[in-house]
Ligand binder design. Structure first.
Ligand code: SAM
Ligand code: 2KA
Ligand code: SF4
Ligand code: MG
Length: 211
């Protein structure tokens, strides 16, 4: 019996964030994270406290347990044809499950493979686009990638943007923290104006009203 991947949900949408914002993509959301259980009652004690995502279980759109072949079939079935097929592996923390055989199987099916990771786990070099989003209280294990996308502000000094500015990324983004009753946009704009290495990343899917 071959291994299975636990998938929360899988859907076709536009990448909302970062340097690839606006690009059509199949999102594959893996179940589970190493920085929060995903349960509201644990949020205050979690390493990562501001998460905007439900990544528990397999009950979302197209969720379930999939073998490698089934996973690739699912993702490929959601691509409409044309363009450059693109799959964004997210979660939860996708690198708890995403492995080299699955990455290479997506690529063999014609997909470019992206990952959204919290940067605490090693990143397989086969991945085509690596987005790292460091978290204040988690040790950063990744210092190279395509984009570093820091949720801002995180009040802890360990997550100040200056801590990441010298790392080997091609793009540096500050993404305003989406937090009930708070507006972090003006602080994000102000930091980017005074530190031009950084660009603003808006969560444009939320503005557009898509997944
Ligand atoms: C839900 S996470 C999943 C991938 C991975 N665990 C990570 O943290 O990068 C996807 C992206 O959403 C960002 N994010 C999570 N909660 C957010 C919030 N409340 N406001 C803005 N961005 C948020 C994360 O930092 C990450 O860049
Ligand atoms: N449209 C869209 N873009 C995204 N970029 C990163 C996301 C994520 O949750 O990882 C996300 C998401 O959930 N939806
Ligand atoms: S590391 Fe990512 S998935 Fe995990 S709790 Fe934080 S934002 Fe959510
Ligand atoms: Mg999201």
């Amino acid at each position: 019996m071959s291994r299975t991947y636990k998938i929360k949900e899988c859907f076709y949408t536009l990448q909302g964030e970062g340097a690839q914002a606006g690009r059509a993509a199949v999102f594959l959301r893996f179940t589970g994270c190493n920085l929060w259980s995903g349960r509201e009652e644990d949020r205050h004690a979690a390493v990562c406290k501001f998460c905007d995502t439900d990544f528990i279980g397999t009950d979302g759109t197209n969720g379930g347990r999939y073998t490698l072949v089934q996973c690739v079939e699912l993702v490929a079935s959601l691509w409409p044809g044309g363009g450059r097929p693109y799959v964004v592996c997210t979660g939860g923390e996708p690198l708890l499950q995403l492995d080299v055989p699955l990455i290479e199987a997506f690529q063999a099916a014609g997909f470019e493979v992206a990952v959204e990771t919290n940067g605490t786990l090693p990143v397989p070099e086969q991945i085509d686009w690596v987005c790292v989003s460091p978290k204040a209280d988690a040790t950063l294990a990744v210092s190279v990638g395509d984009e570093l996308k820091l949720v801002y502000p995180q009040t802890e000094p360990s997550a100040h943007p200056s801590r990441f500015a010298e790392l080997a990324f091609s793009h540096f983004f500050l993404q305003p923290k989406d937090e009930a009753g708070q507006n972090h946009l003006s602080a994000t704009v102000a930091y980017c104006l005074s530190h031009p290495q950084w660009r603003v990343s808006l969560q444009t899917h939320k503005i557009m009203g898509i997944e």
